[in-house]
Ligand binder design. Structure first.
Ligand code: SAM
Length: 314
C-alpha cells in the first residue's frame, strides 16, 4: 500500500536519540492550562478523562494570523479568528469520549486503513523521535511507540485536554512507556525545540487549525534536517458524481449518527463543513512548499476523500 519512493537522508538514517529523560516530565500541569506543559504522572493516573467545563484556549503568543485576518471560517460560519480556537475546543471537548467509536462508525472502519497507509509512508525506525500533532486519542502515537522501541521517543500532543486525556489513558493502559503527552497548539508548537523530531504527523487535525501557514512554519521549525512531515487529512474527491454522493452522506447521515451516538449533531455538522472548507490537495502541497518543505507529494486515498501529504526538511 505504501509508496515509499523517497529515502531518508543519511542524517535522518543515523538519528538514534537515546535521551531517556523526557523534558516534559517535570512540572505538573494544572487542569485548564492551555498549552505547553506536561501533566505529572500522578495527575495522569488520577484525572478523570473527560470532565468539567471547556478550558479556554487563547490564540498562541506570537501567532501570525497572516492569511487568516480578523475573521476566519468555522465550518460554513464566519467567526472572529480568536473565537475559532474556542469553538473547535468545544467540539472536541464534546465528542472526546465518543470520538473513537464515532470514527469507526462514520468511516465504516476505513480510517484505520488510511492511518495504516500514513504509517507505512512514515519510514519510522527504532530510536527515532516522533511528534504526533493534534494526536487526540493516540491512534498513530500508539503504533509509533512500538515502532521506535525503547530507545526512541514519541510525543502525543494536542491543544485539547479532553482529547489528550482519552489518548493518555489509552496509551498508558497499552503499556506505552516511551510516550509523553503534551498540550500544545499546532500554530506554535511552543513547547518543542527547533530541529528536535525525526518525524512529524498530523492526522485529521490540520483542518481544525485556524492559521495553517503558522502551523506549517512551526512544524518546519521543530523538524530535524532530513526529517519528514506527514499530513493525513480529508481532501477533495477527484470524481464528481462520487463527490455528490459523499456530500449527501456527510450532510445528512453524519449529524444523525452524531445525535444518536454522541448526543451532538452540531459537532458532526461542523465536521462535514470543515472538510469542505479545507484546502484541496494542490493548495495544501503549495502551502507546505511555502513553509519550506521540499520533495513534497501527496497520495489520494478512497478517491481523494482523504489524502496523505508528505514533505521533507532537507
Ligand atoms: N489525530 C487524531 C486522529 O487522527 O484520530 C485526532 C484527530 S481529531 C479529528 C482533531 C484533533 O485536532 C482534536 O484532538 C483537536 O483537539 C485537535 N486540534 C484542533 N485544533 C488544534 C490546534 N490548533 N493545535 C493542536 N491540536 C488541535
Amino acid at each position: 500500500m505504501s509508496n515509499e519512493n523517497q529515502k531518508p537522508t543519511a542524517q535522518n538514517e543515523s538519528a538514534q536519540d537515546t535521551d531517556k529523560v523526557s523534558p516534559f516530565l517535570t512540572e505538573p500541569l494544572p487542569q485548564g492550562t492551555p498549552q505547553g506543559q506536561q501533566q505529572s504522572l500522578q495527575q495522569q493516573l488520577t484525572d478523570t478523562p473527560v470532565s468539567g467545563s471547556v478550558p479556554k484556549y487563547n490564540l498562541p503568543r506570537g501567532a501570525n494570523t497572516g492569511n487568516v485576518g480578523a475573521t476566519t471560517h468555522f465550518g460554513y460560519q464566519t467567526v472572529s479568528s480568536e473565537d475559532k480556537a474556542q469553538k473547535v475546543a468545544e467540539v472536541f471537548h464534546s465528542v472526546a469520549s465518543k470520538y473513537d467509536i464515532m470514527n469507526d462508525l462514520m468511516s465504516f472502519g476505513i480510517h484505520r486503513l488510511w492511518k495504516r497507509f500514513a504509517i507505512n509512508m512514515s519510514g519510522v525506525r527504532r530510536g527515532q523521535r516522533v511528534l504526533d500533532i493534534a494526536g487526540g486519542t493516540g491512534d498513530l502515537a500508539k503504533v509509533f511507540s512500538r515502532e521506535v522501541g525503547p530507545t526512541g521517543h514519541v510525543v502525543l500532543s494536542d491543544i485539547n485536554e479532553s482529547m489528550l486525556n482519552v489518548g493518555r489513558d489509552r496509551l498508558i493502559d497499552a503499556g506505552c512507556t516511551n510516550v509523553d503527552f503534551v498540550l500544545a497548539n499546532a500554530e506554535t508548537l511552543e513547547p518543542f525545540e527547533d530541529n528536535s523530531f525525526d518525524l512529524l504527523t498530523i492526522s485529521f487535525g490540520l483542518r481544525n487549525v485556524t492559521d495553517k501557514d503558522a502551523a506549517l512554519a512551526a512544524m518546519y521549525r521543530v523538524l530535524k534536517p532530513g526529517g519528514r512531515l506527514l499530513i493525513l487529512e480529508f481532501s477533495k474527491p477527484v470524481f464528481e458524481p462520487f463527490s455528490k454522493l459523499y456530500d449527501l452522506y456527510s450532510f445528512t447521515a453524519l449529524p444523525i449518527m452524531g445525535k444518536i451516538v454522541a448526543n451532538d449533531s452540531e459537532s458532526y455538522k461542523y465536521l462535514a463543513e470543515s472538510i469542505r472548507m479545507h484546502p484541496d490537495q494542490r493548495t495544501l502541497k503549495g502551502m507546505m512548499e511555502n513553509a519550506g518543505f521540499q520533495n513534497t507529494d501527496y497520495h489520494n486515498l478512497t478517491g481523494g476523500i482523504v489524502a496523505v501529504h508528505r514533505g521533507f526538511k532537507l
